[in-house]
Design a protein around this ligand. Structure first.
Ligand code: FAD
Ligand code: 2HG
Ligand code: ZN
Length: 476
């Protein structure tokens, strides 16, 4: 038995192997390696085994065995989270449990506009399953080819369609959850209306696996968009982003499904680090909006609304140029720039990330205030502020000046974070809009949420997980 295996009580690993079978039990360190570090390379963990259960009954039995042995369980989906929430600790008594083998769609009811799927379904597969039934599942984000719906719900993921359809929380009708003691809560109801006491499902959405393991979810579907119009507009300045959104919303009959902010640096990064990217506009501008309108009737009205509203914005001087995608390839190029940004940043090297939200109308003010404040402590650093400005959610990332000592730059993470989060708090915002808390933002949770809020969270955690074994050391 190696050192890591001896960290858990004797006999537990054999018991777990018997529960999940040989296909569901991985103890080889090389095979586990990709699951033990996070996407950004900030966290590394170690466990004696990773479980890949194939059914809710196996998850329940494994959780019960760990609970009886006093061993922590770290649930993991596609491991695309950005705050270290799905990575176990090194040198602690923990087992990793990945849901990827639980990837069945249990039911798709087109008449009800619902899909009931296991937690390990890849998000893109769910989107495709809905489309095959002439329905639409709107959750969409850059990691959709590898993240799992269980992970999306556990982080209450946002993405690019929140403006129209809401966050993951708004898409969930019911859940099946294995509780920290191994009991199974069957709350997999597909009802649109159900006021029967506390909304238990919402406890688990955004809980980052600290209250239980989601094994299946009943989700809302929507009519499938049959017409999509995508445009890239150069803004007069940063303030014009909010003016443009108002023009688009007022003139489009609620067709705006995405409204994303991109600075020039975003385009430069993608041109440099990603293959086959085309610069969308002939001239260089500081700020851009990537806009998507969708409509469920294919009569040309959606495209006409986009053209008309952009024309109005041009006449008013809110935008100075715009390109409407004339083909799927052109639209894909625009979305590859937007969705490829996190990957392009990894190629570019280290950066200090923030994922904040403020009231939508105040996002330009937030960016300007943060830029001004950071000039003093990180001179020469460039900000890459981009993202879901239509939801007031900015990915405010600070990149080191060229040639900087990276370790020294990254050592400023906490000081930079304090400045960014103080400004966010002064502006009635949130220090974590969509990525969650995980390991990365635990200190911020205690600092920026009220003592009463933290106390209520601790009370909930204690009542559902008195032994503190469900994703230990995350969130709280
Ligand atoms: P993981 O990373 O595996 O886990 C995340 C958390 O959920 C962990 O706490 C884990 O313990 C828990 N968990 C996972 N599965 C379960 C389960 N079945 N039951 C209980 N707990 C579970 N996020 C956004 O909100 N919007 C974006 O636009 C966005 N874009 C991204 C783009 C890229 C390129 C990348 C790498 C990430 C992006 N993210 C975005 C981060 C986002 O949180 C994740 O991509 C996604 O929601 C996490 O899903 P996952 O399956 O990878 O979860
Ligand atoms: C996105 O919107 C993700 O692309 C990641 O939330 C943001 O890399 C980031 O900072
Ligand atoms: Zn995002």
């Amino acid at each position: 038995m190696n050192d890591i295996a001896s960290a858990v009580p004797a006999g537990l690993l054999e018991r777990l192997r018997a529960i999940v079978g040989p296909k569901g039990f991985v103890a080889d360190q090389d095979a586990m390696a990709p699951h033990l570090k996070d996407w950004r390379g900030l966290y590394r963990g170690a466990v004696p085994a990773m479980l890949l259960p194939a059914s809710t009954a196996e998850v329940a039995a494994a959780v019960k065995a760990c609970a009886e042995a006093g061993v922590g369980i770290v649930p993991q989906g596609g491991n695309t989270g950005l705050v270290g929430a799905a990575i176990p600790h090194a040198g602690r008594n923990e087992i990793l449990l990945n849901l990827k083998r639980m990837n069945r769609v249990r039911l798709l009811d087109a008449a009800d506009y619902t899909i009931t799927a296991e937690a390990g379904c890849i998000l893109a597969d769910l989107q495709n399953a809905a489309e095959a039934a002439d329905r639409f599942f709107p959750l969409s984000l850059g990691a959709e080819g590898s993240c799992q719906i269980g992970g999306n719900l556990s982080t209450n993921a946002g993405g690019i369609n929140v403006l129209r359809y809401g966050n993951a929380r708004e898409l969930v009708l019911g859940l099946e959850v294995v509780l920290p003691d191994g009991r199974v809560w069957d709350g997999l109801r597909r009802l649109r209306k159900d006021n029967t006491g506390y909304a238990l499902k919402h406890l688990f959405v955004g809980a980052e696996g600290t209250l239980g393991i989601i094994t299946a979810a009943a989700l809302r579907l929507f009519p499938r968009p049959l017409e999509t119009a995508t445009a890239f507009a150069a803004l007069r300045d940063l303030d014009a982003a909010i003016e443009l959104l108002a023009i688009l919303r007022a003139g489009s009959g609620d067709s705006v499904s995405s409204f994303e902010l991109l600075p020039r640096m975003a385009i430069e990064l993608c041109l440099r680090h990603l293959p086959n990217i085309v610069d969308p506009l002939p001239a260089r501008h500081d700020w851009h909006a990537l806009i998507e309108f969708t409509g469920t009737v294919a009569d040309g009205r959606t495209k006409a609304a986009l053209e008309a509203t952009l024309e109005t914005a041009l006449e008013k001087g809110t935008i100075v140029d715009a390109a409407i995608a004339q083909s799927e390839a052109q639209a894909n190029n625009l979305w590859r720039i937007r969705d490829g940004l996190t990957e392009a940043q990894v190629h570019a090297g280290a950066n200090i990330k923030h994922d904040v939200s403020v009231p939508v109308s105040r996002t330009p003010e937030f960016i300007k205030r943060a830029d001004a404040a950071l000039k003093k402590i990180a001179p020469g650093a460039e900000t890459l502020a981009f993202g879901h400005i239509g939801d007031g959610n900015i990915h405010y990332n600070l990149c080191p000046p060229p040639g900087a000592d990276l370790a020294a730059f990254m050592a400023k993470t906490d000081r930079v974070g304090a400045i960014v989060y103080d400004i966010t708090a002064e502006m009635e915002g949130s220090f974590s809009a969509e990525h969650g808390i995980g390991q990365l933002r635990r200190a911020a949770l205690v600092k920026y949420r009220s003592a009463l809020e933290v106390e209520m969270m601790r009370t909930l955690k204690r009542s559902l997980d008195p032994k503190g074994l469900m994703n230990p050391g995350k969130v709280l």
